[in-house]
Design a protein around this ligand. Structure first.
Ligand code: GLA
Length: 384
């Protein structure tokens, strides 16, 4: 933190008044369940984004990324539209979302420093939204409950950026707890309980380094499939509001009323909700092998039902079945590229990473990047 404060002072010639920090997240189980008001098991990671801020007079804001030295400037009166490819969109979007809630912030000089890998499926965008929000809260005395800050971040994605995502990323970045997975309910938007990974195990991320061009439209299409199935189930049983209210048995019973492609998508989501609770049970019983098998099952369902995997992710997960020290692996996050997570014995993690990288290169001719992830605490802010 002191580094960033020093960089800020040197660059802007004044001291910042607050520093906020928000972590990236890992989705452990519960794929595409959040916007269906379902359940997830997730964690905040040790990698985070820090945001320092000092209010200034006028309407012009300056924002610098001290990692690569890129700087953007914008006028608070001209931020209605995002600019293509501009990382500050995630900050401007927060200002717009606050405006829509009747909250105006003043101009500021800001600086960020992030260790969350970009476009890797660890929610660098949520970390930026949440750190910006928390910095604004401290600098401009904004009192919003934590869950509302998560909704502000989701609003940036949904309204400013056009991705119809759920609350998982921002929620995990805010509510994450050191050394624990959080079980979240996205109907009540609360953490139901925390559950620790048993000692001696850790999560390794392997990045497929693939990002398909149509990720956002594919993502939004999946959401529409889920909504169509929920509507069909509502016609059968008015108590059904979203896929959260549907079991796999019920889906099977009414299978012939649903388009087959939509049925498969819904089976994935409903199965994921079920796997989240099975997973918590297994962890609580100390059955880490059983938990690992659920991760593999989740990936199979992504691949065969939800169609949000890709050959590179399938290869990484397939390799996980043959390299010693790994108990389970799956794609994590939106899919269509991005990352896979691997549950490994901590003592073997270094060897595992090396062997996975080598085997992946042999099979595909491409590199993968592995990251050993510590489970970190949620977002925070300090006034200086
Ligand atoms: C992305 C979205 C989340 C969630 C996951 C899939 O990370 O931003 O809201 O839907 O995909 O579970």
């Amino acid at each position: 933190m002191s580094n960033l404060v020093e960089f800020f002072k040197q660059h802007y010639g004044q001291a910042p008044i607050a520093v906020a920090s928000a972590p990236g997240r890992l989705e452990i189980l519960g794929n595409h369940t959040d916007y269906n008001e379902g359940f997830t098991l997730s964690a905040a990671v040790g990698q985070n984004t820090q945001f320092v801020i000092a209010p200034v007079a006028g309407r012009k804001c300056r924002l610098r990324d001290f990692r690569d030295g890129s700087q953007v400037e914008f006028d608070l009166d001209h931020i209605d539209q995002p600019r293509p490819g501009d990382w500050s969109n995630y900050v401007k979007g927060v200002i717009i979302e606050l405006r829509q809630r009747g909250i105006e912030i003043g101009a500021f000089d800001g600086g960020i420093l992030s260790t969350v890998p970009l476009s890797a499926g660890m929610s660098s965008s949520a970390a930026l939204e949440v750190s910006a929000g928390f910095a604004f809260a401290a600098a401009f005395d904004i009192a919003l409950p934590p869950v509302e800050w998560a909704k502000v971040g989701r609003g940036v994605e949904n309204n400013y950026m056009g991705l119809k995502s759920g609350l998982l990323d921002q929620f995990s970045s805010i509510y994450g707890q050191a050394d624990a997975l959080i079980l979240s309910d996205f109907r009540s938007n609360e953490v139901l309980k925390t559950v620790a990974l048993p000692h001696g195990y850790m999560i390794v991320v392997a990045n497929s380094m693939v990002k398909h061009n149509l990720v956002d439209s594919e993502y939004n299409d999946r959401r529409h499939s889920c909504e169509r199935v929920a509507a069909a189930m509502h016609a059968v049983d008015p108590k059904v509001k979203t896929l959260r209210d549907v079991s796999s048995a019920m889906l099977n019973e009414y299978k012939d009323r649903i388009d087959h492609a939509d049925y498969l998508k819904a089976m994935h989501v409903v199965g994921e909700d079920e796997r989240v609770f099975l997973g918590v049970d297994l962890l609580e019983k100390g059955d880490i092998k059983g938990f690992g098998r659920l991760l593999f099952a989740s990936h199979e369902s992504s691949k065969n039902n939800f169609a949000n995997s890709c050959p590179e992710l399938d290869c990484l997960v397939e390799l996980a079945t043959s390299i010693p020290g790994c108990l389970g692996a799956r794609l994590s996050g939106g899919g269509f590229g991005g990352i896979s997570i691997h549950l490994v014995e901590a003592a073997q993690a270094d060897t595992y990473c090396r062997r996975l990288e080598e085997a992946y290169r042999l099979q595909t001719g491409k590199p993968t990047e592995t990251i050993k992830c510590a489970i970190g605490a949620g977002a925070s802010v300090v006034k200086l």
